[in-house]
Design a protein around this ligand. Structure first.
Ligand code: NI
Length: 394
């Protein structure tokens, strides 16, 4: 069951939606700098007669109050771009800012949510409850969602829904599985301190290069031996800085890495194991270790009933064939900070189409989307909200 009037409204505004997305694409802005983007969204909300307030320093929260009393459902889109040079030469709406690009599709998310908002506003008399619209900044640095929650984005909200356009899923397919969808993404810094000295006299030194090397080699056992084979985890050391000169034994080593997994219990176990491996590896050689573990995003874990609701909306709106079960991704998504507080789910809107060139990896300079799927994205946002408010079971 979908609301046909809402569908019709989305269709009426679909050309304007694509124009809006192209305008944002041509004017990308980095996290916390989405000033023009926020302004454009605010102007469009105002024109549609939708109540909103601006958040600090960028972003906006809008609200549509239905004609009948009921619950409140929130819809979220992120708005920020990336420090990536766009390589799509010849594109009429190519990024006009050197070194900054909408290389993840957040321009499309913003345009789709705005269109859903307009469609819901046009049909607000039929709504049983309220729809909160969260235009979120700074997703790429995992700070925006937290800041929006702090500024009241989900106060009084019963359920939250979001989506990401997805170039590894075919156009026309949409996925929203119950359970883990995105991984937690944490930062790791390990500093080893040994004792430097002449490269020819190791007996007088504690070689931080040897300690660091042993630690990197040992570390993977955390995944192989301490993580359940039914869970998954990634521990990556991506940067290592050791020593100063070929004939000087290194006194210090600094290693940076990232840790990914799909549930909070595994995450805590990994964190503790990394600390233990660092301390004990250092101790074997007589060195010392210091571990700084910084929590990034939580895993995105879709609440089962919300995911089933989204699947049912996808089937009803686009046909059973549209429903697809995409694999979880080891990427991070700060939508998890909404789900930490309230139930909800996050969908992946397939947009891979080789002929249209929308099959490039997210964050790549040649990334682009299949704009034809945007109408489905806008419709899914709006119909999810309508259906959530309609049902009594929640
Ligand atoms: Ni993204």
């Amino acid at each position: 069951m979908i609301n046909k009037a809402i569908s019709q409204s989305v269709r009426t505004h679909s050309q304007a939606m694509i124009a809006f997305r192209r305008d944002l694409h041509a004017h990308p802005e980095l996290p916390w700098e989405e000033v023009r983007t926020t302004q454009k969204v605010a102007q469009a909300l105002e024109k549609a007669g939708i109540r909103y307030r601006l958040t600090e320093p960028t972003g906006a929260i809008a609200e549509i109050t239905g004609g009948k009393p009921g619950k409140t459902v929130a819809l979220r889109a992120d708005m920020d771009a990336l420090p990536v040079q766009e390589l799509n030469d010849g594109l009429s709406y190519k990024s006009g800012t050197d070194g900054i690009m909408h290389a993840c599709g957040h321009d499309a998310h913003t345009a789709m949510l705005l269109t859903a908002a307009i469609a819901l506003q046009e049909n607000r008399e039929a709504l049983r409850g309220s729809v909160r619209l969260i235009f979120q900044p700074a997703e790429e640095i995992a700070e925006g969602a937290k800041a929006m929650v702090k500024q009241g984005a989900i106060g009084g909200v019963d359920n939250v829904f979001g989506m990401h356009i997805w170039t590894t899923t075919d156009s026309g397919k949409i996925s929203c599985n119950a359970g883990s969808s995105f991984a937690s993404a944490d930062l790791l810094r390990v500093t080893f301190k040994g004792r430097g000295g002449h490269g020819s006299m190791p007996e007088a030194c504690i070689d931080a290069a040897v300690v660091a090397s042993a630690f990197v080699m040992n570390l993977q056992a955390i995944v192989a031996r301490e993580t359940s084979p039914l869970a998954s985890a990634v521990v990556t050391i991506g940067r290592m800085e050791v020593g100063t000169r070929f004939n000087v034994i290194a006194e210090n080593a600094q290693l940076d890495g990232t840790v990914r997994c799909f549930d909070v219990a595994t995450r805590e176990r990994l964190r503790a194991a990394i600390e233990r491996y660092a301390q004990h590896t250092a101790a074997v050689y007589g060195a010392t270790a210091e571990v700084a573990y910084t929590y990034g995003t939580l895993p995105v874990i879709n609440e089962a009933r919300s995911a089933l609701l989204a699947q049912s909306v996808i089937g009803d709106a686009f046909g059973e064939k549209a429903l697809f079960a995409e694999k979880p991704t080891t990427g991070g998504e700060d939508f998890s900070f909404y789900l930490e507080n309230i139930p909800g789910c996050f969908a992946l809107l397939g947009c891979r189409n080789r002929e249209k060139g929308s099959d490039r990896a997210h964050h790549h300079g040649a990334f682009n989307i299949d704009e034809d799927v945007m109408i489905n994205g806008a419709e899914l946002y709006a119909q999810y909200a309508w259906r959530y408010l309609e049902q009594d079971a929640f």
